[in-house]
Structure formats: C-alpha cells, structure tokens
Design a protein around this ligand. Structure first.
Ligand code: BG6
Length: 482
C-alpha cells in the first residue's frame, strides 16, 4: 500500500522502480499495489497515472499493461476508521486473488504530520493483523528534532517493532554509497592506511544546482542542516569512518555506524561558528540563466534566516580518527550537481623532487557518487622524458563503462531490500536519534541568531567564502568537485 500514491515521489520514483523490478523478474506475479490518497480516482485512472509515470522515466516498457493491471486505488481519509476498514477489505480480496500469504508493506510517501496517525490506525483498524510479514516504510523527515523524532518513533512503535520499520535514506540506496564499504573492506591496500596516521582529511560534498523549487513551505522550516546533514551527510560519514563489521549483516553494520555517531564530537554554543558555516543563496546565473535569490522564492519569507548551504568540520573522537578533520558541505543553487568524497592522504615524509621546483600533489582517493559513478586514485609518476620530474596521474574506474549497464536507481534497490526483509540500508532508530542530537545543538544556535550576512553566496557558485576559510585555517582547501 502506497500512502500518497498521487504524489510526486510515487510518480517520479516508486512506480518506475517497481516497474524495473517487475521487468527484471524480481517481483513475481504475486503482488498487488494499492494506491492510497485522498482524491477520488477509479482504478483505471490510477493505472493510467502509473503507465504515464513509467513511460516518462523508462524508454522500454513492453510489459506495462501486465504490470499496471496489478494496481488498485483506494480513496482514503487518514483520520477515519471506516476508510481503513474498507482499505483492509480491499487488501484481503487482493491477498486471496494474488496469493500474497498475508504479507503487507505500508509505504508512507506523504506529509510527515500524518505518519503517527496512520500507524496507529493501521493497528487499531486491523490492517497490521496479518499472518505474513508487515513492514512500514517511512520517508524523511523523521521528526524535526530529537524530541519530535522520539514522539513519532513512540507512535510508530505501538504498531510496528523496530525491525519492521524501514526508514528510508535514499543515499543508502545509491550504488557508490554502497560501494564505500566494498572499497574499504575488500581491498588490502586501503584499510591499513584508513586512519589518522595516513589520512590528512576527508571531504564530503553534495552540491545541487536546483534551488528550493516549489518546496518553500517545507524548506523554510527545515533548511539544509535538517534536510541533508542530519541524514544523508552523516550517513556517508558513518560509512566512511566505521570499523570493519565482524559480519556483513544488518545488525553488525548498524552497530558500527552507531559507534561512529556516538564518537562524533558535539559542537554547541560558541563553538558552532568555529566549526560550521551557513549560507543562503542570492540571485545569480546558472548555465547562463538567471536564478532568483532564495528570499524571492515562493512561500519563503523576504527576510528568511533559513540556510540553503552548510559546511562543517566534524571530528570523531576515537583511536582511528583522532585529529582527522572530516569536512562536509552541501547546498542548493551551487555551481554543479555533484556528490563526491575526497580522501586526502598525508604528504610523504620527504620530498625528493624539490630540485625540479615542484611540490608533490598529495595522494587522493576520490569516490564519485553522482552524477558519474566511479573511483579515481591520484598518484604521482615520472614525467616522460629525460628529467626525473614527477607528474600527477589519475587511475580511473567508471562504473558504467565497465559493467555496461545502468546501475539501478536507489529506490529500486531499497524497495527490493524491503521486500526481502533486508534492513541494512535503512536507518535504525539509534542512528536517527544520535544524528538529531548532533544537529539540534547547531540548529539551536542558528535559530536564535539572525545571520546578518544572508544572502551570502551567489547562485551558481560553490558557497560562501567562509566555507573556504574553514579549511584554510587548517592549511587545507576544498578539492574541486566539478
Ligand atoms: C532530499 C532532500 O532528501 O535529497 C532534497 O530533501 C535534495 O532537498 C535531495 O534535493 C538530493 O538528493 P539527490 O539524490 O538528488 O542527491
């Protein structure tokens, strides 16, 4: 059951992802999807929507008729028990028609204010009373801060056990985010160097070209810290910094990630300005088109104090990482859409190549998450010719080039994981709670002080100057990501 089936997420991501799973044979004949939303629609109209969404996203849709025949629609009132009763009746009919063995997945792809109410109704009105499995998939935001997240969690837990709750962080479904673990733990050459003796710093960038679009109402209350840092950025940091798990199963991986989040040095009060930079985009031009300032966007206050950019320096206080800064930055209306991780290794102990008046570049391992997917290792090698000069060389691996296939969309992987009951790439409550307690201390300071310099970066740039200074203080700079 997809709650919010007429919404943007269902249309753009969920229907096409389900279709891809269907086409690959990963969805058997034994499935039915009930689209649940407020507006009245017939099954035919709903199936037409599904077809349109699939054909917009996918070129080849040979089995679209067969696929869409598994879709049904239920017009729903989220606060009305009668509405849940008729939904349950439809689910029971489809269960016997498609032989679903009583297995149910409830996907909440809608406004978060209803998450708690829906979960309670699902239980009270008997929808979770099934012989098979019952799983709840829930989209972000998971609360607005630690306190509201706890409240929401308590509501969900009255109807679902922790291992039945699949909290989506779509970055965990990205191919190259999943690759972090393999690069680290399947190679003999990186793990011995993966610590404060050999790594100078780590830089995680997730920049976007798009502005806030039509999400002003949500974004005004969220800002980049809640929207990107609390979840996606900290999840990537946890994967980069965790200890090797004793086994590659859900519990062991999650428990290592949780330890990283527990070791994250809290930044609060006066320290916030030394470790974090906030930005808000001004007007500017992106690929020669002019873009408005954030404060001119729809549903945004003309004197908004909301940040559309965050850069920060994180420290992980454990034996492996003591003293290694992990810099993160993310923002809207930046120069490029790019998510990249740069691991900068320490300089060699002595440079033998000074005679030629060159400084050696440090070794870098770059993990390209999107739009391109791959790995680059930056080395130094001999420049061809008579002299013994060193020159930078790059070893490149591009995912698409080698495998020759398009990597599956994050949502496709996550939906499939959920159907198979694998929660590894979903966030556990402990991770959510620790991430909120870290970002809450920063939000408290930012919300209680008006940033007089806003807007402080032009659209189409890589963010405010202060973000460069954050690294310059430590003798580093942001490696270009474009
Ligand atoms: C979402 C945020 O979680 O991630 C959006 O709410 C952001 O504001 C998006 O645009 C970025 O995701 P991606 O996959 O495009 O990097």
């Amino acid at each position: 059951m997809i709650f919010g089936a007429t919404g943007d997420l269902a249309k753009r991501k969920l229907f096409p992802s389900l279709y891809r799973l269907f086409e690959k044979g990963n969805l058997s004949e034994h499935f039915a999807v009930i689209g649940v939303a407020r507006r009245p629609l017939t099954n035919d109209e709903f199936q037409d929507n599904v077809k349109k969404s699939v054909s917009t996203a996918i070129d080849k849709e040979d089995r679209i008729e067969e696929f869409s025949s598994h879709f049904y629609y239920h017009s729903h009132d989220v606060t009305d028990s009668d509405s849940y009763a008729s939904l349950n009746k439809l689910a029971e009919q489809l269960d016997s028609h498609y032989q679903l063995d009583g297995n149910r997945i409830f996907y909440l792809a809608m406004a978060p204010e209803f998450f708690g109410t829906i979960a309670l109704h699902l239980k009270e009105d008997g929808l979770t009373n099934v012989n098979g499995f019952k799983r709840l998939v829930i989209e972000k935001p998971f609360g607005h801060n630690l306190e509201s997240a706890k409240e929401l969690n308590t509501q969900l837990r009255t109807a679902f056990a922790e291992d039945e709750i699949y909290r989506i962080d779509h970055y965990l479904g990205k191919e190259m985010v999943q690759n972090i673990e393999v690069i680290r733990f399947a190679n003999a050459i990186f793990e011995p160097l993966w610590n404060n003796r050999y790594i100078a710093n780590i830089q995680v960038t997730s920049s976007e070209v798009l502005g806030v679009e039509e999400r002003g109402r949500y974004y005004e209350k969220s800002g980049a810290l809640r929207d990107m840092v609390q979840n996606h950025m900290l999840q990537m940091v946890a994967l980069l910094a965790m200890e090797p798990p004793i086994r590659l199963n859900t519990d062991e991986i999650r428990s290592e990630k949780v330890k990283v989040l527990r070791a994250l040095r809290p930044i609060s009060g006066e320290e916030v300005k030394d470790y974090f930079v906030r930005g808000q985009y001004d007007s500017g031009s992106i690929t020669s088109e002019s873009a408005p300032a954030y404060r001119e966007e729809q549903m945004v206050e003309p004197d908004s104090n909301t940040e559309t950019y965050v850069a920060g320096k994180l420290l992980i206080d454990n034996f492996r990482w003591a003293g290694v800064p992990i810099y993160i930055r993310t923002g809207k209306r930046m120069a490029a859409k790019s998510t990249k991780i740069v691991i900068q290794f320490k300089d060699i102990p002595m440079n033998l190549y000074y005679q030629t008046e060159q400084t050696l570049n440090p070794n870098l391992l770059v993990i390209h998450i999107q739009p391109e997917e791959g790995i680059t290792l930056h080395l130094n090698a001999k420049k061809a010719g008579q002299s013994m000069e060193a020159t930078p060389v790059k070893l490149n691996f591009a995912n698409k080039g080698i495998d020759g296939i398009n990597t599956p969309e994050a949502y496709e992987k996550l939906l499939y994981d959920c159907m198979r009951g694998d929660a590894t790439n979903f966030t556990h409550w402990d991770e959510v709670a620790l991430s909120w307690s870290f970002t809450d201390k920063i939000s408290e300071v930012w919300e209680s002080t008006v940033e007089k310099n806003f807007p402080n970066y032009a659209s189409g740039t890589m963010g405010p100057k202060a973000a460069d200074e954050l690294l310059e203080k430590d003798g580093y700079f942001w490696w270009p990501v474009t």
